[in-house]
Ligand binder design. Structure first.
Ligand SMILES: Cc1cc2nc3c(=O)[nH]c(=O)nc-3n(C[C@H](O)[C@H](O)[C@H](O)COP(=O)(O)OP(=O)(O)OC[C@H]3O[C@@H](n4cnc5c(N)ncnc54)[C@H](O)[C@@H]3O)c2cc1C
Length: 381
């Protein structure tokens, strides 16, 4: 069993130091005019085990807690950290650490939530990137600003939500997105991006893209603004939610009921990372052409698939993995969950290498049987 998260940086042995004396081996960092260096919260040799929901062992040579945009600029302007490679860390719920991290880890802890404005069409709500996503969902609901309930209980931070355009139960973040603020990790400049600039796709955005105009690893999101449409309308198209409606006999549920249904479905289906380390769905659901889909259905009529508007088809990755007989199988202490083939778990003491070896074996066997390449959803570091 893993220890609960949020217990702070674990000492291995870690040293908390002020940036001006962050490294006794080096000359003290010069003070900037703003006294910037003095304000950075730096931890040396920080364990990352408590900072990833898989509970994988890894350490950061340097971890800096980022509480504001100004902190990001202090890092960028810093004589030592400014030039160093950087890795942005939220809640660690979509990461597989396979080794120690030599890049400077920027742990995002920008807090705050507020209603920006209310119009007849929408509530615009803003939250700091370090806020817990689920807390924001629950808070907006309590305030009487519904619209995020289908995305309840997704672990992680607000700032990471646009990175992979989180989605669940028939709704994606992109459908509730207004804009975000991010700081460029090279220039220190703040930019504001709207939905088009974020280039949202299925579990994808400009923050995951490397090519032309891609921002992967280049910026740190500090604040996210969401647009919650008025009047509120429930999103109930997802099969599990339709079942809840039929079973409960509630034809027109309110937002709180949808929230409760989503939480209940998730708790029944997904292992709690506090008890069994995992990163949620390990693979994306592959999208195939209509022709490929017909071919696969011809061979495996039971395959779970969802037709898309453009004629292509999304296949259930969990079904493909299960069909290859992976449920419950393991490599070392890394295993495929007994009930959810799409979820890889840490049975206790797994290494990132074991998780990756298991994932590769699954990819090969699914490719061998169906000719489909599964793409991992978490970031492998
Ligand atoms: C049990 C479980 C269930 C899950 N269910 C779902 C689900 O239903 N739907 C879904 O979409 N996902 C799901 N996930 C995956 C995960 O919760 C989301 O991807 C979440 O948004 C990750 O947030 P995080 O703060 O933990 O990000 P991290 O894991 O810390 O980081 C993920 C990536 O985002 C980058 N990043 C993080 N914060 C920032 C920032 N402020 N600025 C720039 N880059 C940043 C990191 O560098 C990294 O590349 C689940 C995970 C678990 C463990």
């Amino acid at each position: 069993m893993r220890r609960g998260r949020g217990a702070g940086v674990q000492a291995t042995p870690a040293r908390h130091v002020r940036a001006f004396d962050q490294n006794a081996d080096m000359a003290p960092a010069p003070q900037t005019p703003q006294g910037a260096a003095a304000a950075l919260d730096v931890c040396r040799r920080a364990s990352l085990r408590e900072f990833n929901t898989f509970g994988l062992p890894a350490a950061a040579a340097t971890l800096i807690r980022i509480a504001s945009e100004a902190d990001v600029r202090r890092v960028v302007d810093h004589p030592q950290y400014g030039r160093a490679a950087k890795f942005v860390l939220g809640g660690g719920s979509n990461i597989v650490f396979t080794r120690d991290v030599s890049a400077v880890v920027l742990k995002v802890e920008v807090m705050g939530r507020r209603l920006v404005c209310e119009t007849p069409e929408a509530w615009i709500v803003e939250a700091g990137a370090g806020e817990r996503w689920h807390d924001l969902v629950a808070w907006t609901l309590e305030q009487g600003w519904p619209g995020l309930e289908n995305l309840a209980l997704i672990p992680g931070t607000v700032g990471a939500a646009p990175v992979q355009n989180i989605g669940a139960y028939g709704l994606e973040l992109a459908e509730r997105f207004d804009a975000l603020d991010a700081v460029d990790l090279v220039t220190g400049r703040t930019v504001t991006l709207d939905g088009a600039a974020c280039r949202f796709g299925y579990r994808d955005s400009v923050f995951k893209q490397q090519g032309f105009g891609g921002l992967a690893g280049k910026s740190l999101i500090t604040r996210v603004r969401l647009r919650l449409p008025r009047p509120w309308q429930p999103v109930l198209g997802y099969l599990d939610l339709e079942r809840k409606r039929a079973d409960s006999g509630i034809d027109a549920p309110d937002a709180r009921t949808v929230f409760d249904w989503v939480c209940a479905i998730r708790r029944a289906k997904l292992p709690d990372p506090a008890l069994l380390g995992n990163a949620g769905s390990f693979f994306k659901n592959p999208v195939v052409s209509a022709e490929q889909c017909r071919d696969i259905i011809g061979r495996d009529p039971a395959i779970v698939h969802y037709p898309l508007a453009d004629g292509s088809c999304k296949l259930a990755a969990g079904w493909l993995i299960d069909a290859c007989g992976w449920k419950g199988k393991s490599v070392g202490r890394a295993a495929v969950h007994e009930r959810q083939a799409l979820v890889l778990v840490n049975r206790g003491g797994a290494s990132g290498a074991e998780v990756v070896t298991l994932a590769r074996a699954i990819q090969e066997s699914v490719y061998g049987r169906f000719g489909i390449r599964l793409e991992p959803e978490p970031v492998i570091v």
